[in-house]
Design a protein around this ligand. Structure first.
Ligand code: SF4
Length: 374
């Protein structure tokens, strides 16, 4: 592997594993604010247009104790850890936190936020078919913008928003290219490196991330493509963490050649239209066009078909369902696409994602057996 490629992989690893440092560095270098964005979808472009750093709050591997006082034990694993970190004061460094509330747990957490940073809450319309939904969401985005302007004490112009949308679209396009290229180099881009590269986009400004990823793609293309003698899979779910989980994939030579994770590819599957002057309205189209996500109501339930097509196009051996513990929206989707997988002959297995767990041997055994079956 060439030296620069190794350096870039290391840069992504540093960013993905040190969000606190990224926040501190950004504040020191720019004097600007950092705004936390809760999973799963927020109009980050508005924050970016204000010159701030939007930073993803995805919890982390953690033992839960204090959060139990505020959340029921059956709240999803990710929000338990977010709450624990919040109580410990980890997020007090943020200048505000932006919440969308598409599930009950997020609704609950947005109302129980105990941190020092002010909270901005908005709602995505779940009827995404009618035009009224776009008008409603545009009004919600206007409120987000107004509240942010109040907190920051400066205005966000239409020109700034246009520029930010362009930067985000460029990042999304680059990430789609990365995912495709990475699948050709599983010997270099192993599951942990792939995750670091994608996750790091949550912790630095997108223009900087795009530049690094473009450079990495160029470096990767200089490497020879070597046939892969392991298995190839697609991941679906909210996220595939912690690192110990991905280590099993790496150890077992199971390459991740595509994903439908909310933390990863679902973020950059589509773009925001760049035509016209009504920028906030254009941003609503992204939500309206989002398909195959458990958080965006879809009466046609296209997720199964989408995953089956993805399997065929990347020649994956199977789909691994990374089921976030106690995530209702994801659990509701599962029986539907599981049946469709059976009908289409798609091999699949569901593993539980629990950020609190410390032993991964059960998952390792299941994945080893599944690999043998494949
Ligand atoms: S969508 Fe699922 S994982 Fe995300 S906050 Fe809601 S319940 Fe938790």
């Amino acid at each position: 592997m060439k030296e620069r490629l190794e350096e870039l992989i290391h840069i992504f690893e540093e960013i993905a594993n040190n969000p606190k440092k990224m926040v501190e560095d950004y504040k020191k270098e720019t004097g600007k604010e950092v705004i936390g964005v809760m999973p799963v979808y927020t109009p980050e472009e508005i924050i970016h247009a204000a010159g701030c750093l939007p930073i993803g709050l995805w919890g982390g591997k953690k033992e839960i104790s204090k959060a139990r006082a505020y959340l029921p034990p059956f709240a999803c694993s990710i929000m338990q850890t977010v709450m624990e970190l919040e109580i410990e004061g980890t997020y007090d460094i943020l200048d505000a936190v932006l919440f969308s509330v598409p599930c009950d747990t997020l609704k609950c957490l947005s109302q129980k936020w105990k941190g020092k940073s002010p909270v901005i809450i908005f709602t995505h319309p779940q009827n995404r078919v009618i035009e009224g939904a776009n008008i409603y969401l545009k009004r919600e985005y206007e409120t987000v913008k107004e509240e942010l302007e109040k907190i920051l004490g400066r205005n966000i112009t239409n020109e700034d928003l246009k520029e930010s949308i362009k930067i985000y679209n460029e990042n999304r396009k680059t990430m789609r290219e990365f995912v495709e290229i990475a699948a050709q180099y599983p010997q270099i881009i192993d599951p942990i490196i792939r995750h670091n590269i994608i996750k790091s986009r949550w912790f630095i400004r997108k223009e900087k991330h795009t530049a690094y990823v473009k450079e990495l793609i160029n470096e990767l293309k200089k490497e020879p493509i070597i046939p892969w003698d392991g298995k190839k899979v697609i991941l679906t779910g909210i996220m595939a963490e912690p690192k110990e989980l991905l280590e099993i994939f790496k150890d077992e030579k199971i390459a991740i050649v595509g994903d439908d994770l909310a933390q990863e590819s679902r973020q950059f599957r589509g773009d925001i239209p760049e035509n016209g002057e009504d920028v906030l309205y254009n941003m609503t189209k992204w939500w309206q066009n989002l398909e195959g996500c458990s958080l965006a109501t879809d009466t046609n339930k296209v997720r199964g078909e989408m995953l089956i097509n993805m399997c065929e196009s990347v020649k994956a051996d199977a789909v691994i369902v990374c089921m976030m513990k106690f995530c209702d929206p994801e659990e509701f989707d599962y029986p539907i696409y599981h049946r469709e997988f059976s009908e289409a002959g798609i091999k699949n297995i569901s593993i539980e994602v629990d950020l609190e767990v410390s032993s991964f041997e059960q998952i390792r055994t299941r994945l080893q057996t599944f690999k043998d079956i494949l």
